[in-house]
Design a protein around this ligand. Structure first.
Ligand code: GDP
Length: 527
């Protein structure tokens, strides 16, 4: 029997992929939903684990001690599982607002997002922030209203919030029969049937579903059923082109903790979410999916495995077929990069990964040269994807080594953190190499940086907060004028950009008034 050439598999394989992330406010149930999705695909605790060992627990990242003690998810894991004919890649995003920069990078690697809302809370601040990123990047959004087993807002009220606050028109696929907290099941708009659930204790198993036709539903649930059917009539039907354009969102109701509505979520992902599409390069030219291999590094994570002290670069395959062991080219330097240590990262566990297709996430272990935004490509088929944009920092602190005899470790550590994009590092002649300024979106990033300097580079550090809140890009010829101003500091970022730091927008405005010719450009946020 003859086999098709390896690259001939690419179109079919990428068509099967669904690569997405869940965006939500902390506590909306993202970890619970992740585990429920994986349970549905039967990778946890049941036979048929995609990556080997069965009975794995804890799919969500908690690699660092800090995450455990604080109970928040700082790092990003990629989880892959098979479902029906599809391969699902679920990328975890940190829930805390201070790590939105990380989340932003993760969203650069997905084709779709699931927006998870708590039925009692509706749209919350962090959801809104992340949704803005999706909108900006043109990522289609599927909405899942969670915790319907508990009292919460009315379903129509939640729909109004979506429409009025973020201009996203919900097109419900299911509609709850009964108020949140007292619900009897879901109306499946596609078939007109009612789905009822037999709750599995604690959501440990998949809850059994039963289907009733409209007549049976009316007999059993009377007014509740009629109210649901009437309400559902008020809302629009799913429409693929407006969904892909980010104007409408398919809406589902459920309770992740009881595994209700989760199967429908998976089905929606496979049927409605888009597969990978050709990614535009720096010139705006899309790279065909079946072009030779290329991939985008969207995140670099260190210290995932204490025993090995390693550093993993997460790469999303954008075109072609990735084969472990091949030597590819690092576009930024033109140097060869050996992919011998490619792995699939599954929470804390890893397995060697041999091949990957567009949409898949590959963890490249000990990839010291790679940074977020870098492109890797097959040797004679160059491409470069646009660099990863960074958020505008709003927090600034001087970092100093607590032990002056460790200057070398300190310098090495700071360079590494800068390289990975954990914080932005600003330097000035005035402060010297021993006292760089760290700039971050949220102050928790400083804690991560200090923790890593101490535990990975054996060099405890002190962070001294600075009274600045704003950075503006300026030019060398404007330096003298700015240096003469009090409370304004001009620094140089690793990429050579000159950044002037200001305590607040009023101080910025007054400097601007006095020196109208000086360039003070915003560092574009979220773009
Ligand atoms: P995350 O911070 O978004 O990852 O949220 P978690 O998954 O940790 O969930 C936060 C809390 O909400 C936990 O106590 C969960 O057990 C609970 N929770 C999650 N989903 C549901 C649900 O469908 N119904 C109810 N009643 N509680 C839920």
């Amino acid at each position: 029997m003859s086999h098709p050439p390896a690259h001939g598999l690419v179109p079919g394989e990428s068509e099967r992929r669904r690569t997405f992330a869940v965006i939500s406010h902390p506590d909306a149930g993202k970890s619970t939903l992740t585990e429920a999705l994986a349970l549905h695909a039967r990778v946890i605790g049941e036979a048929g684990a995609v990556h080997g060992k069965a009975g794995r627990k804890g799919v969500v990242s908690d690699w660092m001690e800090m995450e455990k003690t604080r109970g928040i998810s700082i790092t990003s894991a990629a989880l892959q599982f098979a479902y029906d004919e599809h391969v699902i890649n679920l990328l975890d995003t940190p829930g805390h607002a201070d790590f939105s920069e990380d989340t932003y990078r993760v969203l650069a690697a997905v084709d779709c997002a699931v927006m998870l809302l708590d039925a009692a809370k509706g749209l919350e601040p962090q959801t809104l922030k992340l949704f803005d990123v999706c909108r900006h990047r043109g990522i289609p959004v599927i909405t899942f209203i969670n915790k319907w087993d508990r009292p919460g807002l009315h379903a129509l009220e939640l729909c109004d919030q979506l429409e009025e606050r973020i201009g996203l028109t919900p097109t419900p696929l299911t509609w709850p029969v009964g108020e949140s907290g007292h619900f009897s099941g879901l109306l499946d708009r596609a078939t007109g049937e009612m789905i009822t659930f037999e709750r599995a204790p604690g959501g440990a198993r998949i809850s059994a579903e039963h289907r009733l036709d409209a007549g049976q539903a009316e007999d059993r649930f009377g007014d509740e059923w009629r109210a649901a059917a009437d309400e559902a009539e008020l809302l629009g039907e799913f429409d693929a082109s407006s969904f892909l354009a980010g104007k409408t969102t398919p809406l589902l109701f459920g309770a992740a903790v009881a595994n209700i509505g989760v199967g429908h979520m998976l089905q929606t992902l496979t049927e409605l979410a888009p597969p990978p599409s050709p990614r535009p390069d720096v010139h705006g030219v899309p790279r065909d999916l079946d072009a030779p291999f290329s991939g985008l590094v969207f995140k670099v994570q260190a210290g995932m495995d204490k025993a090995h002290r390693d550093r993993v670069a997460f790469l999303r395959v954008c075109s072609g077929r990735f084969e472990r062991g091949s030597v590819v080219t690092h576009a930024a330097t033109g140097r060869p990069f050996a992919t011998k240590y490619a792995q699939a990262i599954f929470g804390r566990d890893r397995d060697t990964l041999d091949v990957a297709y567009p949409g898949d996430i590959v963890g490249l272990v000990n990839a010291t040269a790679l940074r977020p935004g870098d492109t890797l490509h097959e040797r004679d088929a160059p491409v470069e994807f646009p660099p990863m944009p960074s958020f505008a920092p709003e927090n600034f602190a001087v970092c100093r080594s607590a032990d002056t005899s460790k200057a070398k470790q300190f310098r090495r550590g700071v360079e590494q953190l800068e390289h990975e994009g954990v914080v932005q590092v600003l330097r000035s002649d005035l402060r010297g190499d021993a006292a760089p300024i760290f700039a971050a979106v949220g102050p928790l990033q400083f804690e991560v940086a200090a923790h890593r300097l101490e535990h990975e580079f054996n060099c405890a550090a002190r962070m001294e907060p600075l009274p600045y809140q704003l950075a503006r890009r300026t030019r060398p010829e404007d330096r003298d004028a700015l240096d003469a101003e009090h409370d304004v500091e001009v620094t140089e970022r690793g990429d050579g950009a000159l950044l002037a730091l200001f305590s607040d927008k009023w101080r910025l405005a007054s400097v601007h008034r006095r020196h109208p010719g000086v360039v003070l450009e915003p560092l574009v946020a979220g773009t």
